[in-house]
Write a protein that binds this ligand. Sequence first.
Ligand code: SF4
Length: 487
Amino acid sequence: MNNVQNRRKGPFLGIIKRMGPLHDFQTDDPRLQPICDKVLAGERLNVDDALTLYRSGDILAVGWMANAVRERMHGDKTYFNVNRHINPTNVCVAACRLCAFGRKKDAPGAYTMALEEAFETAASGYSEAVTEFHIVGGLHPDLPFQYFLDLCSGLKQRFPQVHLKAFTMVEVAYLSRRAKLSIRETLEQLKASGVDSLPGGGAEIFADRVRHIICDHKIDGDQWLETAKLAHQIGLKSNATMLYGHVENDEDRVDHLLKLRALQDETGGFQTFIPLAFHPDNTPLQHLPKTTGMLDIKQIGVSRLVLDNFPHIKSYWQMMTAKIAQISLRFGADDMDGTVIEEKIYHDAGATTPQGMRREELERLIRAAGRVPIERDTLYRPVTRTDRGVSAAGSFSFSVALRSPSAGVRHRVPQKQIDPRLVTAPVPLQPIEDVSVQSNRNGFLWRAVELANLRPAPVQDEGDIRKINVLVFHGGDGGDVSSLLLV
Ligand code: SF4
């Protein structure tokens, strides 16, 4: 059956399925029909196809194709994670015109965290739910390479179960110069100190013409790609970004995407592509207008269609707003980033989104888009936080006697509210046979409720919950308790 229809020739079919597209492909732009044929046949799109997608006004048709690919790869699954951003310094020698974050060493607002301060920052936003530290910062002219090695090894020592996604390709290249090491040696030492993967920042736009305008002091596009390649070769996964919505044109964007796709063919080391909308406020480019919702959505769709070898496309809600990010889940995106604690870089550039989002809100947005929220770790392994998830690992439940009457307890959690769709990977288990909540009864219960993302229900009879069942599981090898679920 030819499921390509020209909207002018055929009626709206309105084929409603429980999952998948709501209707067959329709378009007012005949140039998109051969592209759709290729997409449905699983054929790779070329430069001309990519340019046509950018230049077509039929955003719904572009979205239909991107959504078809997204659902072919991930169904309704939509990923998010619980992470904490750590920006050890905003001191930077580069002075990129795109940037509102970096400062000269003596400029007002410049800061550099002492190691202990960085550890305290990590701890202050930390809960057992955090699975990732996202660590990026400026190119500091004085901090020695050892500082960064000590930062990573110190974080690993204190938070062994947390994944360290640290240092952009730009930072790695700069550290290699400072340390007088090759890029490979620099990456190897960072890996040995605890770095688990690399974020995707600093790619901006690879085209020299644009790079000279927006960031002419940092490594060029080829060096960024070479650094990523070396990281992948030593077993470090990474993400990739593209900063759009400033002075680049369609050809520059296509060039960027195709270079990433070519490297991914070679290494397979990219996990996620993240299109980043340019925020001009407080930058030397603040005369430029902000991106529009149409461009944000289009960028997600084109990325999904062109980057056929990237597993994931992320709509970074901090940059494109939660509402646009939510809509993009129907235009090719399968990841909404995370509950992010204390994002700084884009907020310095005028982002008006909150600096973090509660887990419940993120899941609500995903569900309202008709998708299924899946909490993931950095490597896209599902994270287990439900009784079913624990059961999948061969779990057990047992009674825990509260040592004190539950007079201060106001809520309990009915078992039926636990979402079974998050059944996921095994986690090591360890029982706790006696939990005292005497000193912090309410805190204990609310904390458990929050971690489990369950809605508390009013207690009918407080005497009923002097004994509760508790499932306890660990997030790492003998690590601290990562979640307590009341059932
Ligand atoms: S974008 Fe990065 S490298 Fe450029 S000035 Fe800002 S912090 Fe420095």
